[in-house]
Design a protein. Sequence first.
Lengths: 165, 165
Amino acid sequence: MPKHTISALVENHFGVLSRVSGLFSARGFNIDSLAVGETEDPTISRMTIVVDADDRTLEQVKKQLNRLIDVIKVQEIPSEELLEREIVLVRVEFNHKNRAEILEAMNAVQGKVLDTSGNTLTIEVTGDQTKVHSVFELLKPYGILEIVRSGRIALSRKGKMSIKS
Amino acid sequence: MPKHTISALVENHFGVLSRVSGLFSARGFNIDSLAVGETEDPTISRMTIVVDADDRTLEQVKKQLNRLIDVIKVQEIPSEELLEREIVLVRVEFNHKNRAEILEAMNAVQGKVLDTSGNTLTIEVTGDQTKVHSVFELLKPYGILEIVRSGRIALSRKGKMSIKS
């Protein structure tokens, strides 16, 4: 099923996250990613939800979201307007033989080494989903020990959903 | 109140997010940030939760999390071991007078320009909370139109919580 990216402005308190995630799990909507953070107005948060859905289900999702208390505005971002990023921290093992090779590979994908402890490197990578997956493929052969991902965040190139509008 | 960073390995389905956020909102625990994403094992997700709490409340939070179905492992990351990052997209207005100035300021903080449309720039910034706030302060005078944030993700430098261990 096609992936759709929804951006929602919501009141900034945790009851909202509970209601939104509860809605999705109760209805069996298939969430691929959900991220939430404050906006330029600290009373308002912006949620980015990526959902696998056909057109009919997508309409349901948007309608149900709009009905929730504390949801201010809901927008689908069409793929041609999508600016999407995720941040990932990956810890890998290294040894004196492959260290230079790993650093070179990470340099090529603009990965930043955040920490070296013992025989492990912790690397920060940002990008769209294609980039993130290619970095995992690059690092797998060395032995990935830990991954933490933020989930996707997105804006529309056309900027149709500022708080003031 | 001091901020504490909790990393939790959970089963990868959205019922968990609903249960965790429901627990926090029902108990009135003060969440500062929550992020969730897949790990190296697609059946397991890692949640990063930043909570404002005194020691007693923090113990309660950890105990309640451990009791939830689908929560596999809960770890507090002490501040001296904390590797923490967030990704932020910011859209600002520019004009022919201040464009070079904005780009120079973003260069200094390693911000990447993702998009230029009309008279707006969309910038990607990653860093810890101090960095993120300093970028907002830098950009405020130009007119921030939109912000989307991922919430914080974190690993321990000591890597005590891989899935296999």
